[in-house]
Design a protein around this ligand. Structure first.
Ligand SMILES: NC(=O)C1=CN([C@@H]2O[C@H](COP(=O)(O)OP(=O)(O)OC[C@H]3O[C@@H](n4cnc5c(N)ncnc54)[C@H](OP(=O)(O)O)[C@@H]3O)[C@@H](O)[C@H]2O)[C@@H](O)CC1
Ligand SMILES: Nc1ncnc2c1ncn2[C@@H]1O[C@H](COP(=O)(O)OP(=O)(O)O)[C@@H](O)[C@H]1O
Ligand SMILES: [K+]
Length: 522
């Protein structure tokens, strides 16, 4: 987030004080109004932390109050709440509930004990304040419980809840009092809007440590924070709306997502001079007596990926030919199977280590999947001169990294990068958010088309064949992996259309995905 902060600093130096926050708050209030439909008479609750994220919530609350909403701000650290934002809310007729900090978790309780009369004066002046913290001496456990109870009551009766606890300034997991408010937000019946990002998620990595707010909508400012696009944080964010506050972000982004127009530019299209060999031949070394279906599905994907021919090597030749008579089947090992422009090795391959070693020793691009990942020698992968694309799911990535699966699922971005660095290979990490990372660093590609309907046995085999075919037709590993994931996701959506499908249905829908990209780009 340092780039965002630097861009904000630069812009703030050129703008009148508070202008950026006003832009943010205006966009936030507009998004809330859209969600509410009618603003007048609605009950809006703001969860307000001690930083500028709370300030955004307060200013947006003031705007909604001016349009007739009944707005209550729950102040997590009343003495440190954004002063101008709070004043604006009060001027607009908003109410406040002041959380008395749990003594052992927040030093502001001590400040209060020293006689913080400003708070009392404020509340007295503003007669509609729900909590009356007479003197600081009453800041005991019972008082704390009471303020939380008041907050919970307000949240239970709200039509809309804004989470302004922390934004990009949040450090580590939410502290206990903030976590308690996040839990209230979780049980709220109304829509929850996160300000900039759901409190408790890491803006840079998408990691979630401990409690975090689950939002229906996140209104984010200036730029999509990388964490909002990667699970698990993505799930906490709900849908994401970007408010342009005029930031000019320098440098390379951490994440990027292909769009239709990008994919169309990448898709190989045969020309007048093409023949089947010039379009590229992809070799599939997959399947076993136990898992012949993996070979069939990988070939099914490969036939739809742009290569001019698919060569199959392995013990499932009969099954492959029965389904796809156009396949060139060889009963010899990969080394003797004839020339290919790229290999796919591993799906359903069992323990055939020699096929994996032979393929890795070739000088053409190689995609390693499934069993192949376990059997691939790391030094052999690192020593390759042609590109290597590895396509693990979280469990396979965890085994390669020597960590529990949950660790990969909780830190997808870091895991994909780490694996790419260790193997000096491009890594496509499959799952709820598919990421493709190059070994040299640079922006990681996040696939925007995925759907949970793809979580069906064998759909990874289809993806391998598809990506291998794109490698054979000349795309680099990053482009082949991300283009395949894009088409695969679309194909999953078209095939499923809201109902369960098998992996072969996904393969059958790839041409439809291809046409969609070609026809709808721009
Ligand atoms: N800059 C700009 O121009 C613009 C910025 N904008 C907005 O500002 C936001 C960034 O504001 P920010 O930098 O004030 O930090 P913020 O996210 O409010 O958090 C810091 C506060 O949280 C606290 N805290 C920290 N960790 C915590 C935890 N684990 N659990 C609980 N509390 C924790 C921390 O407490 P402390 O550590 O100081 O005790 C501190 O008080 C940004 O996301 C966007 O919304 C927009 O208006 C556009 C213009
Ligand atoms: N929850 C999910 N949301 C979106 N895509 C998913 C989800 N779960 C799995 N997928 C996708 O489904 C495919 C499953 O592949 P994989 O795990 O290799 O299964 P298999 O080995 O059975 O083929 C991958 O493309 C993966 O990204
Ligand atoms: K927030």
């Amino acid at each position: 987030m340092e780039t965002v902060r630097a861009a904000e600093r630069e812009l703030m130096a050129r703008l009148p004080e508070g202008a950026l926050m006003q832009r943010a708050a205006a966009g936030l209030a507009a998004a809330c109004a859209d969600l509410l439909g009618r603003v007048y008479g609605r009950r809006v609750v703001l969860l307000v932390g001690s930083g500028d994220n709370g300030g955004d919530a307060l200013y947006a609350g003031a705007r909604l109050a001016r349009r007739g909403a009944g707005v209550t701000a729950v102040l997590l650290a009343p003495e440190r709440a954004h002063a101008a934002g709070l004043a604006a809310l009060r001027r607009a007729g908003g109410r406040t509930v002041e959380i008395t900090a749990t003594a052992e978790t927040d030093k502001t309780a001590d400040t209060a004990k020293n006689g913080d009369t400003a708070k009392t004066a404020d509340t007295a002046k503003n007669g509609d304040t729900a909590k009356t913290a007479e003197t600081a001496d009453t800041a005991d456990t019972a008082d704390t419980a009471k303020t939380f109870e008041t907050a919970e009551h307000a949240i239970r009766n709200a039509d809309l809840l804004l989470d302004g606890i922390v934004g990009i300034g949040g450090k580590g997991g939410l502290r206990p009092d903030a976590a308690r408010l996040a839990a209230f937000a979780d049980s709220a019946r109304c829509a929850v809007v996160a300000v900039d990002l759901p409190s408790g998620v890491d803006a840079d990595t998408g990691e979630v440590r401990g409690a975090a707010v689950r939002a229906d909508l996140t209104v984010t400012f200036g730029t999509h924070k990388p964490g909002l696009l990667v699970d698990p944080a993505r799930e906490y964010a709900g849908s994401v709306r970007l408010v342009d506050i005029g930031l000019d972000l320098p440098g390379e982004p951490v994440l990027e997502a292909l769009q239709h127009a990008d994919v169309r530019r990448l898709l190989p299209v045969p020309s007048g001079e093409s023949d089947k060999y010039r379009r590229g031949v992809v070799g599939i070394a997959a399947g076993s007596a136990r898992y012949p279906g993996a070979a069939v599905l990988a070939v099914a994907g490969a036939l739809r990926g742009g290569a001019g021919a698919v060569r199959y090597v392995g013990p499932a030749g009969d099954a492959v030919l029965a389904r796809f008579p156009e396949t060139l089947v060889s009963d010899r090992g990969p080394r003797q199977a004839g020339r290919v422009q790229a290999w796919v090795v591993g799906p359903g391959a069992g323990d055939d280590a020699s096929a994996v070693a032979e393929v890795l020793a070739s000088d053409v691009p190689v995609l390693v999947d499934a069993d192949g990942l376990r059997l691939a020698d790391r030094d052999a992968v690192r020593a390759r001169t042609a590109p290597t694309l590895m396509t693990p799911h979280a469990g396979e990535a965890a085994a390669l990294l020597g960590v529990p699966r949950e660790e990969v699922e909780g830190a997808r971005l870091a895991s994909a990068r780490e694996l790419a660095a260790r193997y000096d290979a491009t890594v496509l990490l499959k799952g709820s958010t598919t990421l493709v990372a190059d070994p040299g660093g640079g922006a990681v590609r996040v696939n925007p088309t995925g759907t949970a309907w793809l979580a069906t046995a064998g759909s990874g085999d289809v993806l391998s064949g598809l990506a291998g075919s794109l490698l054979a037709s000349g795309l680099g590993a990053l482009d082949a992996g991300s283009t395949a994931a894009y088409l695969h996701g679309l194909a999953g959506r078209f095939a499923a259309d809201g109902a369960p499908v098998g992996a072969h249905d996904v393969a059958d829908a790839v041409p439809e995905a291809w046409r969609d990209v070609r026809d709808l780009a721009d």
